[in-house]
Design a protein. Structure first.
Length: 101
């Protein structure tokens, strides 16, 4: 029993209570509760990813808006688009489709 008490006294003398309280507080901020640091980091990561997606889709909207505006204003561009995308043709034309293997 004295060996255990001696070991306890020896360990207690080496442990600074301020460091112990600090370590316990840091541990609880990382793990306990709904607003712990780990969850905040994951939420921030999700926010960054969503902001990247927003920028990407805004660029896509700008590109598609320019294409749509070109199709509305340029008759030749509209005809070319219809021929390429929907295989439309004039009544006196023949179209040959070449399939790639």
């Amino acid at each position: 029993m004295t060996r255990i008490k001696d070991f306890y006294d020896k360990c207690r003398s080496r442990v600074n209570p301020y460091w112990l309280v600090t370590i316990v507080a840091v541990f609880f901020t990382f793990t306990a509760g709904d607003s712990n640091l780990y969850k905040r980091y994951t939420y921030d990561e999700k926010i960054r990813n969503l902001e990247k997606e927003i920028k990407y889709y805004q660029q896509e909207i700008e590109i598609n808006s320019k294409k749509l505006n070109d199709l509305r204003t340029d008759k030749e561009g509209l005809e070319r688009f219809a021929r390429e995308e929907y295989f439309m043709k004039k009544p006196n034309e023949d179209i040959y489709l070449i399939k790639k293997k």
